[in-house]
Ligand binder design. Sequence first.
Ligand code: ABN
Length: 169
Amino acid sequence: MSLFDQTFETASRRLAMLSSRRGVLSRLGKLAVGAAALTPLLPIDRTWGRPLTDTHQMDATKCDYWKYCAMDGQLCTCCGGNGLTCPPGTQVSKVSWVGTCRNGNDNKDYLVSYTDCCGRSSCGQCDCNANLRERPGYEMGVHNDINWCMANSETAYHCTVSIIVGVAA
Ligand code: ABN
């Protein structure tokens, strides 16, 4: 076959492959497989706007619940309390720790106060240590590994409740 014929044949085959139904379907198939392989790697929001209620972020008995981001202590929700008020037989600490946590549901930052419940021995459940923005012990004023019951007459530490104070500015 002459060079001219060969070139013409190759070009015709390529054109036929590009425009034939089989060629188009084959390219679409490759595109679909490539997209399926790459999509999991892309940095996109996979909640698709859904609330995060099916994750620990919304379970008040788990340390990764969003409002425990600056928490150091045992969750009163695991110690017979409701998470907002101290369990029966304990007193609210006179001093508390305050943190700012982001609620993944509405993407807003909230001021959260962590108040110790005092007067009974340690509950021993759900010990959480997130401590976002806490500083080391030598910066006493911004250190959270402290028994806030120290200022009460009953200084024994039982557990900690987390109260949302408001939306952070
Ligand atoms: N604020 C909770 C706590 C109590 C005792 C010791 C460390 C932290």
